[in-house]
Write a protein that binds this ligand. Structure first.
Ligand code: AMP
Ligand code: MG
Length: 267
């Protein structure tokens, strides 16, 4: 069965319709790893041109439930890219200072500069996800945020930022296995917090909050991609492909040089 990555603008997203184990076509782990390598090779070259061109930027927004693989995706897709041309920003619980401003204040400051690829590990979407699930602000306030987010993203797009939003979709059973694996492996235990279990109890509320964000903020200028993420190799394949395709389409070019440089011999 085919499963769209992008939902048509305006249609209601129901996550139960999306299989987190889905694999399109006949990809397997081996062929995927090869393709991921070729994607990151190309992305490296295109990122270099984007940096040299210094006119536009790419913003990759990663969202997903705990253990969905935001860190792992970043590790894979950014491997080999010149660190000077990337900005990776994790968004944690807001500080007192951040809470003393509007919810987009801390986000806007971290938007990638021209020539860069920026990755948000969590983002402004937390302000309609965790904030909604835990009633951290009244509904009358978070309700308005969908439109505020759409307007904000539209401002960024007008400023020559291409926005890629990926929701890493995992199943509840897969999360159970990954949390257990964190507990069982001393090298991964640091990633576990008891809070992960209380969040897991609210799985249904989070899925509902995600469905609304994926529906209301699925705009033509910044569409959502729903990435089947129960298989890590497939998740990495799809995200690396989206990044590569986007950069290829942007076709960044080296800026013009001073004339007649070819005749110069440095002595
Ligand atoms: P982690 O990504 O595992 O390091 O966890 C970061 C934590 O910060 C998560 O539990 C998020 O839900 C939380 N967080 C991120 N943004 C916000 C926000 N705007 N309001 C409240 N909590 C947030
Ligand atoms: Mg965590």
């Amino acid at each position: 069965m085919k499963q769209p990555l992008i939902v048509p603008d305006g249609s209601k997203v129901q996550l139960a319709d999306f299989d987190a184990r889905h694999v399109e076509g006949d990809w397997n782990k081996k062929s995927a790893l090869k393709q991921i390598e070729s994607n990151t090779d190309l992305t490296r070259d295109l990122a270099y041109r984007l940096y040299a061109e210094n006119r536009r930027a790419v913003l990759l927004v990663l969202q997903g439930m705990d253990t969905a693989g935001k860190d792992g995706t970043i590790r894979t897709v950014m491997t080999g890219i010149n660190p000077q041309s990337c900005q990776i920003v994790p968004f944690k619980q807001p500080s007192h200072e951040e809470l003393d401003h509007d919810f987009l204040w801390r986000i806007h400051k971290e938007v990638p500069r021209r020539g860069n690829i920026g990755i948000f590990n969590r983002s402004h979407y937390e302000d309609v996800l965790v904030v909604r699930v835990h009633n951290l602000v009244p509904e009358s306030q978070w309700r308005k945020r969908y439109q505020q987010i759409n307007d904000f993203e539209s401002l960024l797009v007008e400023g020559h930022i291409t926005i890629l939003k990926c929701f890493l979709h995992i199943s509840k059973e897969e999360q159970r296995e990954r949390l257990q694996a964190r507990l069982d492996n001393p090298q991964k235990r640091w990633k576990f917090s008891r809070g992960d279990l209380s969040e897991r109890k609210r799985w249904g509320d989070y899925q509902q909050a995600y469905e609304e964000a994926l529906t209301r903020c699925n705009t033509a200028h910044a569409p959502w991609h729903i990435i089947p993420s129960d298989r890590k190799w497939y998740r990495n394949l799809v995200v690396s492909q989206i990044l590569r395709d986007t950069l290829e389409e942007m076709a960044p070019e080296f800026p013009p040089c001073e004339p007649d440089l070819g005749d110069i011999v440095v002595k």
